[in-house]
Every structure is written in C-alpha cells, then in structure tokens.
Design a protein around this ligand. Structure first.
Ligand code: MD3
Ligand code: FE
Length: 219
C-alpha cells in the first residue's frame, strides 16, 4: 500500500479532524518475514530486560501498559523520581540491551534524520490495557521524529492536535504498520483506544507490541 502523508489545513466546521503535518502512516510496511525477524529480536530484548509496569510520579499508581527498552537510554518513572531517561533497567539495574540492527536500519530508511536513535520503547498491550491521551515531551531533541512499529493484535489509535481538546482522528494500526511522527505531529496528543484480541498470531504470548524509536539527546 502507498504511504499516506497527511498535511495540516485550517479546521472548518463539520469536517473530519485533520492530522498535523509530519504524521505518516505506512500500512503494511513490514512483511510477515520482517515482522517475524523483529519479533525474535523483541523476544531477546525482553529476556534480558523484562517487561514491567512503571509507576506514576506522586501517586505511585502503576501504568496499565507493560514496558521495557533497548538502546542506550530508556524512559523510567516512579513515585519519587518522576519521569526521566536513564541507562539502566530500574528492576535489574543492568544496562538496556542493544538496539537490534534491523531497527536501526529501519530508522535510517524512513526517519529522514541524520543522527541515530538512542531509545527503543517496547510496549506490550493485553486486553484492557489503556494508554490515555498524552504528549511525548521528555526528549530534549523534539526535532527528531518518533518512529512506531506495530506488531501483533490490531489496535485503534488516536491522534489529535497540540491542545488536549483539539479534534482527534482515529486510525487502525495493524501488525507490520509503521508510523512516523515528525514535524508538528511530534508534539501532538495521541493515545491508544483499544486493542482487538486475536487479530494476529505474531506475538507468541498474545497481545500487541509497539516499538517506538526515539532520539533523546541533541546530536
Ligand atoms: C504521535 N505509544 O509509547 S504509537 C508511546 O501504540 C505511545 O504504543 C502508542 O504513544 C502505542 O508514547 C502509540 C504511535 C505514536 C508514538 C509517538 C507519538 C504516536 C505519536 C508521538 C507524537 C505523536
Ligand atoms: Fe506517546
């Protein structure tokens, strides 16, 4: 399927929400063989750096999504320390495992950004896992895009504007889809509405894996 690049235009009443410039959805960008290769790499990553549920600053309430990282840096959160990037897994204390070469190659092919990614978030969604609308703003380098790879069960994702109340567009993300969040869209509100159980057999333990590659520090 062809890439769909959506560009911003002035909002008019009674029109569907427009997606900010820099948002690109590449449906089916990875074929099944490429997805299997990535799934094997993810299995190695989670063996070295177990998926876990971080807890929120102040309240200490656990996230609903389980996550881990590979690459030089990973984002962590806890009751007392708040949100930050660090070089080690908070439970094992070990450095995050290396980013698989296949992911670095994907970034180089589609991200249109000279510096290499430093962090790859591995999110695991099971039935009932929610990710409310938020902005990803803990990276110093917001000029770099975020690259997202969907693996496993289908999900309905939403992306809005720079304000929480801006209209949101909903999109179906399927296994093998790649999304590039660059330009203005990099700071857009977005979240995961729901996942559709059983819609793919890619993930051996079920559910949906989402990989997001990020540049964290300024190059
Ligand atoms: C739009 N993840 O990890 S991926 C996240 O499916 C996150 O796991 C979702 O939001 C998931 O922070 C959505 C697509 C995505 C990722 C980053 C974005 C969309 C984005 C950053 C800015 C705007
Ligand atoms: Fe996000």
């Amino acid at each position: 399927m062809p890439a769909r690049t959506l560009t911003a235009s002035p909002a008019k009443p009674n029109e569907p929400p427009r997606i900010l410039a820099g948002f690109q959805h590449l449906p089916g960008h990875l074929d099944r063989a490429a997805q299997d290769t990535l799934m094997a790499a993810v299995t190695e990553v989670v063996a070295a750096a177990p998926l876990y549920r971080p807890s929120m600053p102040r309240t200490g309430k656990a996230f609903s999504v389980r996550m881990t990282y590979c690459g030089a840096l990973g984002w962590v959160s806890d009751k007392d320390g708040g949100y930050r990037y660090q070089q080690t897994h908070p439970q094992t204390g070990r450095p995050w495992p290396p980013m698989p070469a296949r992911l670095i190659a994907l970034w180089q092919a589609v991200a249109d950004y000279a510096a290499l990614p430093e962090a790859c978030l591995v999110n695991h969604y099971q039935p009932g896992t929610k990710l409310g609308s938020h902005v990803d703003a803990d990276e110093a380098d917001t000029a770099a895009p975020v690259l997202s790879v969907s693996l496993g069960w289908d999900a309905i994702f939403h992306v809005g504007g720079l304000k929480r109340t801006d209209p949101k567009a909903k999109l179906l993300l399927k296994s093998g889809d790649v999304v590039i969040l660059g330009g203005a869209a990099r700071l857009a509100y977005h979240g995961l509405e729901r996942i559709m159980p059983g819609t793919s057999d890619l993930v051996p333990w079920g559910g949906r894996i989402n990989l997001t590659l990020r540049r964290v520090t300024l190059p």
